[in-house]
Write a protein that binds this ligand. Structure first.
Ligand SMILES: O=C1C[C@@H](c2ccc(O)c(O)c2)Oc2cc(O)cc(O)c21
Ligand SMILES: O=C(O)CCC(=O)C(=O)O
Ligand SMILES: [Fe+2]
Length: 369
């Protein structure tokens, strides 16, 4: 009999076919190969950005255009210590290679803040993602709960601490550029986050027996302000700028960060900056690792456009807190996936009227795995 989902680690399975719980509907399956790389996403060098002058203006122009056009781009020459990046990658790989019992000591099931989980941070997903994750809540520093930070491999904690500090710096720099582009003070976006949260999610995508039938991470937008993603050289991150009609695979660049704006960044700019739709596909040749650093506002921070340009309407009817926004989004993501599954297996009528379904946001402990 199949082991229960919570303790089943795809990494240690040598099954030749995918379990039914990972099989996606045809319309959700990958359309472009994991290694069919595209050059469409802008690659921006940040060299010379810290000094005022024409070089900084040119870099800022490129960042703003990438956010307006795609909502996703790559940065190189970003100033994050390359030695630290190498160490993060090495230690993350070592973590996922640990025996299941070591990883499960930090099991996040039951909505615990931080640790290890298979597939998703969300409860009751209709189809499982082909991944394992380990999560660190790294900012604000005063509420860090080190008891939820895995203690293996040796040296992890020191490296994660230094890495999270440098990424906080890079994120604030990029938010400064976007604030100025909105005609506001450099600090406007970080101030709107009140006391910025940072969550690091390390994604491990084991090699997969039938990668064409599944996704490592389903299509989504990130909920927060801005995300910095470090990916290895395998490939698998895909993005779209036309609501999912055309997917492209982001070309891995050694040492680069993929930057994407989340829903909060999108709403604060009144929709001017895109919250890129993205997903991760897997393959049957090798495993893949990516490290996402989510920069989020504090739960009590207000979500509402900071600048509304002449002739524009606000993209939100009323202000809400980030925690309300997060709960609503995650409830909707789970419910829409369930409705879709139901529509497929039961009635065509439900599929015809998906917009009439009102999703009641759940409490946080009903959403988180
Ligand atoms: O793992 C992720 C990825 C991502 C996400 C957003 C919405 C979804 O429906 C989804 O399945 C994944 O953003 C996250 C945001 C978080 O707060 C925690 C996560 O683990 C993630
Ligand atoms: O692994 C990837 O390429 C994507 C990860 C991602 O989108 C996320 O963690 O939110
Ligand atoms: Fe994401």
């Amino acid at each position: 009999m199949a082991p229960p989902a919570t303790t089943f680690l795809p990494t240690i399975s040598d099954e030749k076919t995918l379990r039914a719980s990972f099989v996606r509907d045809e319309d959700e399956r990958p359309k472009v190969a994991y290694n069919n790389f595209s050059d469409d996403i802008p690659i921006i060098s940040l060299a010379g950005m810290d000094e005022d002058g024409p070089i900084r203006s040119e870099i800022c122009g490129k960042i703003v255009a990438a956010c307006e056009d795609w909502g996703i781009f790559q940065v190189v020459d970003h100033g994050v210590d390359p030695g630290l990046v190498t160490e993060m990658n090495r230690l993350a790989r070592e973590f996922f290679a640990l025996p299941p019992e070591d990883k499960l000591r930090f099991d996040m099931t039951g909505g615990k803040k931080g640790g290890f989980i298979v597939s998703s941070h969300l409860q009751g997903e209709a189809v499982q993602d082909w991944r394992e994750i380990v999560t660190y809540f790294s900012y604000p520093i005063r509420v860090r709960d080190y008891s939820r930070w895995p203690d293996k491999p040796e040296g992890w904690r020191t490296v994660v601490e230094a890495y999270s500090e440098q990424l906080m710096g890079l994120a604030c720099k990029l938010l400064g550029v976007l604030s100025e582009a909105m005609g506001l003070d450099k600090e406007a976006l970080t101030k709107a986050c009140v006391d910025m949260d940072q969550k690091i999610v390390v994604n491990f995508y084991p090699k997969c027996p039938q990668p064409d039938l599944t996704l490592g991470l389903k299509r989504h937008t990130d909920p927060g302000t801005i995300t910095l993603l470090l990916q290895d050289q395998v490939g698998g991150l895909q993005a779209t700028k036309d609501g999912g009609n055309t997917w492209i695979t982001v070309k891995p660049i050694e040492g680069a960060f993929v930057v994407n704006l989340g829903d909060h960044g999108h709403f604060l700019s009144n929709g001017r900056f895109k919250n890129a739709d993205h997903q991760a596909v897997v393959n049957s040749n090798c495993s893949r690792l990516s490290i996402a650093t989510f920069q989020n506002p504090a739960p009590e921070a207000t979500v509402y456009p900071l600048a509304i340009r002449d002739g524009e309407k606000p993209v939100l009817n009323a202000p809400m807190t980030f925690s309300e926004m997060y709960r609503k989004k995650m409830s909707r993501d789970i419910e829409l996936a369930k409705i879709k599954k139901l529509a497929k297996t039961e009635a065509q009528e439900v599929a015809k009227k998906p917009t009439e379904v009102v999703v009641q946001p759940k409490k946080l402990d009903q959403i988180l795995a």
